[in-house]
Design a protein around this ligand. Sequence first.
Ligand code: PBG
Length: 331
Amino acid sequence: MSVGRHPATRFRRTKRLDGMRRLVAETQLSKDDLIWPMFVREGNNDETQVPSMPGVSRLTIDRIVAQAERAANLGIPAVCLFPYTETELKTEACEEAWSPDNLSNRATRAIKEAVPEMVVMTDVALDPYNINGHDGIVRDGIILNDESVEALVKMALAQADAGADILGPSDMMDGRIGAMRNALESAGHTDTAILSYAAKYASAFYGPFRDAVGATGLLVGDKKTYQMNPANSDEALRLVERDLAEGADMVMVKPGMPYLDICRRVKDAFGAPTFAYQVSGEFAMIKAAAQNGWLDGDKTMIESLLAFKRAGCDGVLTYFAPDVAEALNSA
Ligand code: PBG
């Protein structure tokens, strides 16, 4: 790349007019890039605000369906479901995770019936069903890998049976993608996609999410024995390579904004469909600053999402999805 000297080159020439700036823009943010994460709870025609996520509520299934219809009308291609499981259903063995009639599976069926074109993504991890808040089965303080994978496979099959289009294993156990892929093929679910949370870091940015799914008081210890060390980057590439080889169709980096370097490396190395999760803490930071009048919330939202596209992501899971779609539709 060679850059001419001043005044032959004046970068301000292509910045003078809005139309000129649009012509030379290298990346675009589109509503086609959005996956909208939603929280499901029991009950009818009701919702509960999540205090640490202003504007986000846990919704009963009928309201989830209404929001899925809204998403379709806004042009959002996909929603992602996370259940708020009642404490009495949480156990050490996590059986509720693969119940065909658990909250997540009922919500999936309801959305696919009402809005068949909506892509429904589900979460494969045990934490919403686990009495100790971990993503895997815990025995004597150890998170057991292979036993967890067996449970996760049962969970994945139940979600595929319910009609989930994309399974999102967010658990970070070793070997789960291959095990799920084999089980899906054997069960005839040959078209169920897997979006692997491949490079998922042990992050403090998940705090508000754990409030939203009711895991906050329960988690014993931390998730550092299975989620990634924020210090690592090469390991992310090895994890992505492994998950793609085991049968993931798409991969994710999570959290998002503090890990844009990882997004870029993953996209450049593999060229696979690459997603980032703009997690609850990232959302909460922008919302809190905007509520205080310290940031322009709408502008920060759009800029934060455009940054993911610039870093090479094909799409983003974001709690801002409906707001972004509305902003883009009215632009
Ligand atoms: C756990 C899971 C987490 C999130 C999605 N799935 C939290 C965790 O790993 O503790 C976080 C999402 C967010 O913060 O928005 N399976």
